[in-house]
Design a binder for this molecule. Structure first.
Ligand code: ATP
Length: 390
């Protein structure tokens, strides 16, 4: 087994396009690392460089204690699992899983032993003599994983391995992948564009955007302490709400009135002086004011606002609340989106926030509702560069 270290890795394609820029990532031995980001952010390119399927333009890649930049994929002691399972249709499950071992000259008895062991872990023992065409999607995906497992590589590299499965199976297989990785303890790098998958699977998650690493951290830290607007908006569903705000001493002027700044932001607020910022608050940090009072939720701030829409999800209600007042809309977000042409600027173009309320709420669409917000959970971001200020 081995850790993987990317140092100042850049990938420039022959047409000059820089798909990955100065990527630094230190993946520990046995760690489950997720690379996540929107389409085109360079995550597959990064994985393919680790696999040796793509040349590295600049920087150094280490697997274990060796620099492997110039090593052929087959000499890197890694196994890759793709989105298309790439199984051989004319071979049985047993033959598919044992093929790489056969190529490596492993004798039949040993091959069979390894295949059967992997099949047991993957719950495929009863299907070893079937052909891929006679398997379900989930089973095929397991065979693809089995092929990687039998080789006992020092690392698994997985590129959206679950994206061909339907939603329900994907959730099941997610649990499987996590269980297998924990059981084998093999260093794993897993690419996905799905932030939920990233958050549930990874020991740590590396968030990328436009070829650049934004933040690498545990799922919880990414959620609670995003370093910038992009990460804040990308992680979490429904997404974090953003609205314009202004620092005023120890309070913050928001479209919902003046609210106290949490202790942890006061230092940053003092050094920033009076200043316009973009505030962020997750949907679950809002509540129906009456419910919040019943639940004795202390602190925070109550306000009234128009409810544009409600959606009942059974266990919770989403209320879409209209932003009001002079500083309602975070116009900077629209400007950033327009300036950069980026379509992934979180919060651009909206003039409402989404509140995730308890199902007991009496708030209704088309009325004026009374809400509570947990001001302790506020985030503030610089309007110029989107960096978190606290
Ligand atoms: P997706 O989730 O859509 O697969 P990704 O984050 O994995 O996206 P990559 O496949 O790594 O993205 O591609 C990153 C960028 O590099 C994209 O803008 C893509 O168009 C570009 N790119 C990929 N391959 C080449 C190539 N051979 N030549 C030029 N540009 C390329």
């Amino acid at each position: 087994m081995a850790g993987i270290k990317l140092q100042h890795i850049t990938k420039r394609y022959p047409d000059g396009f820089e798909a990955v820029h100065d990527l630094n990532l230190d993946i520990a031995d046995g760690e489950f690392m997720i690379l996540v980001g929107p389409s085109g952010c360079g995550k597959s390119t990064a994985l393919r460089m680790i696999a040796g399927l793509e040349d590295i333009s600049e920087g150094e890649l280490r697997i274990g204690d060796q620099v492997v930049n110039e090593k052929a994929p087959k000499d890197r002691d890694i196994a890759m699992v793709f989105q298309s399972y790439a199984l051989y249709p004319h071979m049985t499950v047993r033959e598919n899983m044992g093929f790489a071992l056969e190529l490596a000259g492993v004798d039949k008895a040993q091959r069979n032993a390894k295949v059967e062991e992997a099949a047991q872990i993957l719950d495929l023992s009863q299907h070893l003599d079937r052909k891929p065409a006679n398997l379900s999607g989930g089973q095929r995906q397991r065979v693809a994983m089995g092929r990687a497992i039998v080789r006992e590589p020092s690392a698994f590299l997985m590129d959206e391995p679950l994206s061909n499965l339907d939603a329900k199976l994907r959730v099941q297989m997610r649990t499987e992948v996590s269980r297998i990785q924990q059981r084998l303890g093999t260093t794993t790098v897993y690419v996905t564009h799905d932030q939920t998958e990233a958050m549930t699977l990874g020991d740590r998650v590396a968030v990328m955007r436009a070829g650049r690493l934004q933040q690498v951290d545990t799922p919880r830290n990414l959620y609670e302490s995003p370093v910038n607007l992009f990460v804040a908006g990308f992680i979490g569903s429904p997404a974090m709400n953003f609205f314009a705000a202004e620092l005023k001493g120890e309070s913050l002027a928001t479209p919902f009135g003046d609210v106290p700044l949490p202790e942890r932001l006061r230092g940053a607020a003092r050094s920033a002086g009076g200043k316009r910022v973009i505030a962020g608050l997750r949907p679950e940090s809002f509540e129906d004011a009456e419910v919040a009072r019943r639940q004795n939720r202390t602190g925070g701030h109550e306000f009234e606002a128009d409810v544009e829409l409600t959606e009942s999800m059974g266990s919770e209600v989403y209320a879409y609340i209209r932003l009001e007042g002079e500083i309602a809309k975070a116009a900077e977000l629209d400007e950033i989106a327009a300036d950069t042409g980026a379509t992934d600027v979180p919060g651009a173009g909206t003039s409402q926030v989404v509140a995730r309320l308890s199902p007991d709420t009496t708030v209704r669409k088309g009325t004026r509702g009374r809400f509570w917000m947990d001001t302790e959970k506020l985030h503030i971001f610089d309007t110029e560069n989107g960096q978190s200020l606290g």
